[in-house]
Design a protein around this ligand. Structure first.
Ligand code: 4NP
Length: 155
């Protein structure tokens, strides 16, 4: 069972911190103990809090992201996490480009955990401006991720 999970997007101010916070909130409700973090493949926003409109969409669903701060994904993350989850195909390519030799840490697309959504990536709300739709997809994928880690909890 994966215990340490890292969510990765491009800027680490919208999708991956929302995924981290949503998964933390849902895991706490299920009594599941996980180590969660998020990072961006780009370092533009290092040290900054999540983007305001993303925080507001999350808060409307009872998810607090305010304490999170952006950081850049690094090769050492392959050693420190059991599962790395990207939001889109570009994230996956950029993550795998830093994979150390002989490392076999699984890298998955977040929407793999929400097959019922029909989505094959989490669209970037920094560009689409659909923060509520993004959060809705993230919550579905977070729930599916937790189901996959703990199938007995499935309703
Ligand atoms: P994210 O969204 O990858 O979901 O955090 C973005 C945030 C900022 C930028 C791009 C994507 N940016 O170009 O600054």
């Amino acid at each position: 069972m994966a215990q340490r999970i890292l969510f990765v997007c491009l800027g680490n101010i919208c999708r991956s911190p929302a995924a981290e916070a949503a998964t933390r909130t849902l895991a706490e409700r299920r009594g599941m103990k996980l180590t969660l973090d998020s990072a961006g493949t780009a370092g533009w926003h290092t040290g900054k809090p999540p983007y305001g409109p993303m925080q507001q969409a999350a808060a409307a669903s009872g998810i607090d992201m305010s304490d999170l701060r952006a950081r850049q994904f690094a090769a050492r993350d392959f050693l420190n996490f059991d599962l790395i989850i990207g939001m889109d195909h570009e994230n996956i390519a950029n993550i795998n480009a830093l994979r150390p030799a002989n490392n076999i840490t699984p890298v998955r697309l977040f929407t793999d955990f929400a097959p019922e959504s029909g989505a094959d990536h989490v669209p970037d709300p920094y560009y689409t401006r659909d923060f509520a739709g993004c959060l809705d997809l993230i919550i579905k994928a977070s729930s599916g991720l937790l189901d996959s880690l703990c199938p007995a909890d499935r309703p």
